[in-house]
Ligand binder design. Sequence first.
Ligand code: PGA
Length: 258
Amino acid sequence: MARKVIIAGNWKMNKTAAEGKALVEELKPLVAGVTAADIVVCPPFTTLGAVIEAAKGSNIKVGAQNVHWEKSGAFTGEISADMLVEAGVEYVIIGHSERRQYFGETDETVNKRVKAAIAAGLKVIMCVGETLEERESNKTQAVLDAQLEGGLAGISAADAEGIVIAYEPVWAIGTGKTATPDVAEETQAGIRAKLAALYSKEVAENIRIQYGGSMKADNAEALVSKKDIDGGLIGGAALKAGSFAELIANGIKGAQSK
Ligand code: PGA
């Protein structure tokens, strides 16, 4: 079990450049010296520059929340992978359920974004997750299988190993309802089984799978103590340096108890 914990903050449409800089300045001393987890913050596009500057020389990595698949051209309002790389971005979240729900994201567009991001050298956090209705009608595994198959279509095993999968049950995002560690583990074991079917058992064992959806400092340890939960994608609890740092420490504790 050599998978390194990865805790990523998804700030969504929160934090101006000044606020983002202040958060990172506050977070830096709280996580200084932490090497047992990859720590990532994902601010809005216009906040990236200030956060990248503030995070320089620290163990805090920076990601974007979306990327377009074309390199350049007439795509008003979009940002390319090369633009993110030039700005100093290292990670990118792709296919978050809010983008699927509100902005017409499909498995096909997720796949195009993943390919473009990898080609540009970005590290991908690809989100999958079922709705409450899908869970209640026993479609969870089928939905996740289709999202994984579609999102990873044409991605080589070598590239897939570098991708982080974020399992985020839609019903748990921002609702305060967390999947119990057992439910999250059972589902993420299913995700790993699908990855093994798509690639191989060995490749699947190397892919990190985060849990996301109302993960907080007080449930992070129990969640990350589970075999197939390698970290978290955090919304609300990532917006304050103190709670985010505590969550990271507890997540590491969970991983150490495996
Ligand atoms: P939440 O959001 O932690 O606020 O539930 C998680 C996410 O959407 O990535």
